[in-house]
Design a protein around this ligand. Structure first.
Ligand code: PLP
Length: 383
């Protein structure tokens, strides 16, 4: 049996997405900037796609900028806001559990002279709103806090964070790559100024994403070129990918059964395997419906991952970006896990096509593999 449980890293494009993309390349190859009918046809497909993304987050179509993915959206939002608002201040705030796309950019901005506050999180990965409020100064221009964490699934109270930022006159950006379609997003009600999303985490193609920029919010562009995307993102639009992304936006209702499967996976693990620790919020309503992060005491996550892979099961040891280095995950460090426990951690991220049989198979294989590794290990799980 083949079981894919790494939807936090990427998802398999839905067949409807693939059809849409191939139809776009065959029938709708015009450049949206061209004035003839090929161009106007592509331009209207582009605007329809924009509306599809906007409808998922409650924005206007005109507030959506297409980019090459979540990473570019984060860069455009954060660097763009910092550079455009330098005259108002040079203090910016984020958290210690952000995706590298945000965290490494803040480190770069620090080298460029911005003052950065990295807010810590509690043992479940939550930002303290009072602490955020007191970190904001007259010199603060931007707060970036991710909506849902990609490793431990913590869903932040972004409405609460947005409200404070709005009250204090600071721009609020959120990376919603993991939460899009899984947690309700309403950029108006949640006081969000800038929001990043990506297609390949929601059954769309890789290499396309979007940035929501609230009307009236000033950001600087990062590339010079043509006047596409409201002059904020030059270059001929990637139409097949954009139309595939729009198509994927219509699939959002298909993840309804994921929560039940995730809960069954957890229940199975708890029943079959002793000495496990669940990372992230204990209240399952406050974490991503498809995420489960579990530490297996006395085993190495990498060894577990490899043995599961041989049995057809694909999981991750954290985020795809940090899994190739042997450093323990910065997110697991931030919630206070001791390094040796962090090293025995697996992230399971479920998707719309996973089945009950797959989950039961995974629990069975996991129980066997953990037992084998603990048998071999000098540090048993019970010590
Ligand atoms: C995957 C991911 C990104 C990066 O998106 P890409 O489209 O792969 O560049 C950014 N933030 C989070 C939280 C992610 O999970």
């Amino acid at each position: 049996m083949k079981v894919y449980l790494d939807h936090g890293a990427t998802t398999k494009p839905d067949v409807s997405v693939i059809r849409m993309m191939s139809r776009c390349m065959e029938d709708c190859f015009g450049n949206p900037s061209s004035l003839h009918s090929y161009g106007t046809e592509a331009a209207s497909a582009l605007e329809e796609s924009r509306a599809a993304v906007a409808s998922l987050i409650g924005s206007k179509s005109s507030e959506i900028i297409f980019t090459s993915g979540g990473t570019e959206s984060d860069n455009l939002a954060i660097k763009g806001a910092c550079y455009a608002n330098r005259a108002s201040g040079n203090h910016i705030i984020t958290t210690t559990i952000e995706h590298p796309a945000v965290l490494n950019m803040y480190r770069q901005l620090e080298r460029e002279g911005f003052l950065v506050t990295y807010l810590g999180v509690d043992a479940e990965g939550f930002v303290d709103i009072g602490q955020l409020r007191s970190a904001i100064t007259g010199n603060t221009v931007l707060v970036s806090v991710m909506h849902a964490n990609n490793e431990i699934g913590t869903v932040q109270d972004i409405a609460g964070i947005g409200k404070i930022c709005r009250e204090m006159g600071v721009l609020f950006h959120t990376d919603a790559v993991q939460s899009l379609t899984k947690v309700p997003i309403d950029v108006a009600a949640q006081d969000i100024d800038l929001l990043s999303v990506s297609a390949h985490k929601i059954y769309g193609p890789k290499g396309v994403g979007a940035l929501f920029v609230r009307d009236g919010v000033k950001i600087a562009r990062l590339m010079e070129g043509g006047s596409q995307e409201g002059k904020l993102r030059a270059g001929t639009e990637n139409m097949p990918a954009i139309m595939g992304f729009a198509c994927a936006c219509g699939l959002s209702h298909r993840i309804d059964n994921v929560r039940g499967l995730r809960d069954r996976l957890l229940e199975g693990i708890r029943k079959r395997i002793p000495n496990v620790l669940v990372n992230g919020p204990a209240d399952m309503e406050r974490r991503l419906c498809n995420n489960l992060s579990v530490s297996f005491q006395g085993v190495e996550g990498e060894a577990l991952l490899m043995m599961l892979d041989m049995r057809g099961i694909a999981v991750s040891t954290g985020s795809a970006c940090s899994s190739k280095s042997l450093q323990p995950s910065h997110v697991l460090m931030a919630i206070g896990l001791p390094p040796q426990i962090a090293h025995g951690t697996l992230r399971f991220s479920l998707g719309k096509d996973n089945t009950l049989e797959e989950i039961d198979y995974t629990v069975e294989q996991l129980a066997q593999v953990v037992a084998i590794l603990r048998e071999m290990s000098p540090y048993r799980g019970d010590e």
